[in-house]
Design a protein around this ligand. Structure first.
Ligand code: 7PJ
Length: 285
């Protein structure tokens, strides 16, 4: 296994943090939005978001991911100032938490403000394609997650088409990681993510999951986000708050496919999945 991909001794450089990629990591999700599909509205108040982040940290989250813009299919964009008003008080309130804070944003102005407020990871569903985003991340020491999305949240689930979804996503991530490195972002700061549910049908999501091992050719740590997603709702017929079992099954399959970071809402339960996975892996011959 490549050193940067995960495995013994490899580290993700995220500001003042060094995250051990030798074992799976959990990124716990905090949506500070009134309309996210799974927990929208619950943590819109900064104090509620801050206490939820503490809870996820106690439950074993390695990273806390704070988002101020819903990227739910069909969601409309919020203004830069609205997005900042949502996330900055939460980042300020979490300054004492000894865990890396990640910010889920596509906008360079928000990235800059978040980094100044103590964020160590930028999680960008647009893979730093906004003008100025590469430069903003390059001049800091933060880590970055480059995610694939086809189209825009407002329209991305309207009949997405791929000739070969794995090839297209892999090619995109390779290109964006190359651009990031050219801009001066060290390989040890980069994570990639196929972006489950972002401009993909259920069939596309499962093809990506089934062929996740092919992403190891990038030699970069892989993040997977399946938690409570609508593909799981389609399969099970359950609303977002009843998709825990399906989310855990998908998390295990993602680990099996080589994912090193799991982005989830249910940290405590995902910890148990990782325990089972680690024990299984340890006894592999
Ligand atoms: C993802 C994300 C994901 C990364 C969201 C949700 C929808 N960032 N942000 N990967 N999903 N990197 O909370 O499920 O899959 S927003």
């Amino acid at each position: 296994m490549g050193a940067a991909q995960g495995g013994v001794g490899s580290l993700l450089a995220a500001g003042r943090f060094r995250l051990d990629l030798g074992k799976p990591l959990i990124m716990g999700v905090i949506n500070v939005t009134p309309d996210s599909f799974s927990d929208g509205g619950r943590f819109f108040d900064p104090n509620a978001a801050i206490s939820h982040a503490h809870r996820l940290s106690e439950e074993g989250a390695d990273i806390i991911d704070v988002g101020g813009e819903s990227s739910r299919p069909g969601a409309l964009p919020v203004s830069v100032s609205q997005e900042m008003d949502r996330i900055l008080p939460v980042l300020e309130g979490l300054k004492g938490l000894e865990k890396p804070l990640s910010v889920d944003t596509r906008r360079p102005e928000v990235m800059q403000a978040a980094l100044s407020a103590g964020a160590s990871i930028i999680n960008d569903i647009e893979a730093l394609q906004a003008p100025g985003a590469l430069e903003t991340v390059a001049k800091s020491q933060c880590a970055v997650c480059l995610m694939h999305m086809k189209g825009e949240p407002a329209t991305m689930q309207k009949d997405p088409h791929y000739d070969d979804v794995v090839r297209e996503v892999l090619h995109f991530l390779e290109d964006r990681a190359g651009k990031a490195m050219q801009a001066g972002i060290a390989r040890s700061r980069i994570v990639v993510d196929p972006g489950f549910g972002f401009g993909k049908t259920a069939a596309h999501n499962f093809e990506l999951l089934r062929r996740l091992k092919e992403f190891s050719s990038l030699n970069l740590p892989l993040l997977a986000g399946w938690s409570r997603k609508s593909t799981l709702g389609k399969l099970t017929g359950r609303p977002a708050d009843e998709r825990l079992a399906a989310s855990l099954a998908a998390a295990l399959l993602a680990l099996q496919g080589g994912a090193t970071i799991l982005r989830v809402h249910d940290v405590k339960e995902t910890r148990d999945v990782i325990s089972v996975w680690e024990a299984y892996r340890q006894h592999e011959s």
